[in-house]
Write a protein that binds this ligand. Sequence first.
Ligand SMILES: *[C@@H]1O[C@H](CO)[C@@H](O)[C@H](O)[C@H]1NC(C)=O
Ligand SMILES: *[C@@H]1O[C@H](CO)[C@@H](O)[C@H](O)[C@H]1NC(C)=O
Ligand SMILES: *[C@@H]1O[C@H](CO)[C@@H](O)[C@H](O)[C@H]1NC(C)=O
Ligand SMILES: *[C@@H]1O[C@H](CO)[C@@H](O)[C@H](O)[C@H]1NC(C)=O
Ligand SMILES: *[C@@H]1O[C@H](CO)[C@@H](O)[C@H](O)[C@H]1NC(C)=O
Ligand SMILES: *[C@@H]1O[C@H](CO)[C@@H](O)[C@H](O)[C@H]1NC(C)=O
Length: 470
Amino acid sequence: MYVAGLLTFVILLLGSCRAQASDHSAAEAIGECAGTDKRPADSDSPVLLQVSQARHHHVGNSPELKWVNDPLAVCLDGSSYGFYWQKASDPTASEKWLFFLQGGGECTSQASCQSQCGNGTGLTTSCGLSPSQECGFGGECSLQQWHSVIATADQKFLSVDPVVNPVMHGWNHVYMPFCSQDQWSGTRTSSNSTWGYRFAGHYIVKAVVSNLRAHGLAAAGEVVLSGVSSGGMGVYIHANWLQDQLPDARVVIAPIAGFFGFGYKYAGPNPNPAGLATFTDATTASYVQLWESYLPQECASRLGATLSYRCFLANFSAPFLKVPQFVIQAQTDCVQLLLNDYLPVPTNLSQVIQPMFGNADEIDRAFNQQEIEALYGQLRRQYLTHHQTRAYMEEYKYNNSIGLMASLKQGDGIFNPACFVHSNFATDKPLIQGKSFMDGFGEWLVNGTDVRLQDTCGLLCGHCSLCIWA
Ligand SMILES: *[C@@H]1O[C@H](CO)[C@@H](O)[C@H](O)[C@H]1NC(C)=O
Ligand SMILES: *[C@@H]1O[C@H](CO)[C@@H](O)[C@H](O)[C@H]1NC(C)=O
Ligand SMILES: *[C@@H]1O[C@H](CO)[C@@H](O)[C@H](O)[C@H]1NC(C)=O
Ligand SMILES: *[C@@H]1O[C@H](CO)[C@@H](O)[C@H](O)[C@H]1NC(C)=O
Ligand SMILES: *[C@@H]1O[C@H](CO)[C@@H](O)[C@H](O)[C@H]1NC(C)=O
Ligand SMILES: *[C@@H]1O[C@H](CO)[C@@H](O)[C@H](O)[C@H]1NC(C)=O
């Protein structure tokens, strides 16, 4: 969920990072001050080198870059869409598919779309670049990056390491870069009154599914649809749709940081000037209109024509899911709170909040759990000792947990830590009852039990990771 404001926010933090590089030796050591568009090379980073070597035995098949050949399924600027398919390395898993939708904001105005379209500086790097160079977040796609960052460090579901990803390491992995800035929902392909841009997220999902049918997807037995942030929102939007497309498969969803209800801007002192899209009732309606969003049909027909736009948000669509879900969502999502809803940025805590699109493992490894606990102690002191921020966080948590918990059917699962995180779910943290989201998900998928991992300790008191969005 990032708009122009996110960019401003990132640039501001980057600016301060540069200015005070010497005060941030930990961040500097892991390459955080080097810029958003370059990840540190292996040789610069003993940690990464060590990790790469340890993973050498689990590289899996090389992913194949595939192009969709559909004039409707194009990126924001009309450029062609490419995605990655890593064929199942486990022959017994050839009928099992993981789809992963990348996140990375939305745009809702000419200015924000233009800045997302910034050759290597915006979130949608496709604009003006060949999609073979894009992996969103200003990173260039390459096999090296695939193996050392995307499929391992940042998104554990894509890992080919059986220790990290016990259930899905050998499956077909489909990684879909995000370049439509519409939460994967759009069907707007004319550039009429969209400043020359297209919003074709839904068409892209359709085209990828259609492309892969001939490559074995038609015979799929088990499909997990996952994604993070905007990608997590896209997961809710396409859950029932995908099951309808693949009626013989068992489709389940695992959205990460994709549960959104209406946002209510923080109105106390020191609001964060990031100024991102706040999903109020009125703005949600206007975005759905701008993007001509595809809406989950069961929800839309139940809410009726006037209110169907609400089905864009999981708070409204999740009760109509026909497929099982395992939800991965923090109780206090740091991106929603800071960037969508204007919560003040805590002072002197740039280590906690790393709005950089780097290697989450590397950033995490720079801090041990004791240090993270100490940072959370400061975070609690800043947020929870002030009435307004405390009350806001409590309300946010309450407002969003009602819909989330009510949407869980028998057989569904949840991993819901009391943490200030967005996308940074790793295998060593956050932990709930000693289990990671991956442990909970594996147990849920394999054993089919209701896995309800939810902290009940209060605010910001889980076994947490840092707020990094990857
Ligand atoms: C790409 O970068 C150049 C120079 O850095 C800049 O002048 C141009 O406006 C950028 N294009 C877009 C679409 O952002
Ligand atoms: C495009 O714009 C023209 C003129 O403003 C309008 O008449 C037409 O209906 C629009 N077409 C679409 C598909 O929105
Ligand atoms: C979630 O949806 C319910 C109706 O189903 C509504 O009453 C509630 O206000 C919504 N909450 C948020 C945060 O959008
Ligand atoms: C932040 O750091 C400055 C300089 O070290 C210090 O004076 C200030 O009290 C700190 N603020 C908080 C809220 O800890
Ligand atoms: C919680 O929801 C109520 C409406 O149900 C709203 O008035 C309030 O501002 C919301 N608070 C937050 C922090 O989302
Ligand atoms: C499934 O349940 C069995 C028996 O309770 C347990 O031993 C096993 O670890 C579970 N499998 C997973 C993947 O959690």
